[in-house]
Design a protein around this ligand. Structure first.
Ligand code: 5GP
Ligand code: MN
Length: 343
């Protein structure tokens, strides 16, 4: 029933490595999103069923709208519990790297993982995987790492170890990485998997509510503020820009996850094909990109903001002041005018 995208050799190698391991660590990228947390927890549930000792380590905290997932409360947030995180990584015999393609995406965890003598397996769906694992299971054809995890376990012939908690986590990751199945979501396989997940007893409508209808009042007011007062449209380039300073975020009682999804909104304007969100963080500037159609937002992210990601969803960073990041963006944008076209 399912596509056989993942190489059989990789499946067998991974199966053997899992067999030979007891203490397993799962790591995922900084500012974990629904797919990062969903795929990590799903893999964790699966490995626990096999009787392994499993710990998930993330570089920093994740939004509360992901905290309802089974196992989320046991995730070690390295920024808060550095010594525990370091010890788990040091004593692991297998490390899974999920939902990132280059080691710098885990920031301060990177040197520990590099130093570790554990076997390392990358499971990811970003283009251009790096070379820091013993085994790369990296396929950008998958819409999410969660979808890839599901496929991976089926291919190992171990789907009997998928329980309802597992299914909820997989669904959450698949849903959040496709904007609730509104982009990057045309592969029929996605819906075959959803059918299986429903068979495991998940309530997909309840999951949608827990993730998307779970915000604070201040977040919605912040959304109103940015759209009414802050959004700038560059008509010539079919581009929108939203910027947000620390001061403005404090004014609206910003919490982790509050600005998630804002960058998608301007894409609902007919003429806009490229949406940019530049947000000041404690000591750096974080930039998010979204695009419609063929515009390679990840190329812009890589070339201008030292980042990367997918064609239509990417991000990067700027070390400096918010104002300077905005100046840089406005200076570089015209260079992409040939690509910034509505079709
Ligand atoms: P978001 O805008 O939701 O933070 O990120 C969207 C996607 O862009 C992420 O899933 C990730 O693939 C990529 N991304 C975000 N920030 C960075 C970054 O700083 N570096 C790289 N390489 N990719 C990023
Ligand atoms: Mn992902």
């Amino acid at each position: 029933v399912f596509d056989k995208i993942v190489a059989e050799r990789s499946i067998q190698m991974a199966k053997k490595i899992i067999d030979q391991s007891c203490k397993i660590v799962i790591v995922t990228h900084i500012s974990p999103d629904g797919d990062a947390i969903g795929s990590s927890l799903a893999l964790c549930h699966f490995l626990l069923q096999l009787g392994k000792s499993v710990n998930i380590i993330v570089p920093n905290n994740f939004p509360t709208f992901l905290r309802w997932m089974s196992g989320a409360k046991n995730i070690v947030i390295s920024e808060l519990e550095e010594r525990i995180a370091q010890q788990f990584i040091r004593t692991a015999d297998l490390i899974f790297c999920l939902d990132f393609n280059v080691l710098c995406r885990v920031e301060r965890l990177a040197p520990w993982i590099e130093k570790s003598v554990a076997k390392k397996i990358l499971i990811d769906h970003h283009p251009l995987p790096g070379d820091f694992c013993d085994l790369n299971i990296s396929y950008h054809e998958f819409s999410s790492t969660s979808e890839l995890i599901f496929s991976f376990i089926c291919r190992m012939d171990m789907s009997e170890y998928m329980d309802k908690n597992f299914a909820e986590c997989i669904y959450t990751g698949m849903m959040t990485d496709t904007g609730a199945f509104t982009y990057n979501s045309n592969r029929p396989q996605i819906y075959r998997i959803i059918k299986e997940l429903l068979g495991k007893g998940i309530d997909k409508d309840a999951i949608y509510n827990k993730v998307y209808n779970n915000y604070s009042e201040s977040r919605i007011r912040l959304q109103g503020y940015i759209l009414y007062q802050k959004m700038k449209i560059f008509e010539k380039y079919h581009t929108s820009l939203i910027t947000l300073s620390c001061e403005e975020q404090n004014q609206f009682l910003w919490k982790k996850g509050d600005t998630e999804g804002f960058v998608n909104i301007p894409l609902s304007i007919k003429e806009v094909v490229f949406s940019v969100f530049i947000r000041e963080e404690d000591n750096k500037v974080k930039v998010s990109f979204r695009s419609k159609g063929k515009f390679p937002s990840n190329r812009f992210a890589a070339e201008v903001f030292n980042g990367g990601g997918h064609l239509n969803a990417s991000g990067g960073e700027f070390n400096g002041k918010l104002e300077d990041a905005i100046v840089l963006f406005e200076k570089k944008l015209p260079k992409y005018r040939y690509l910034l076209v509505r079709k």
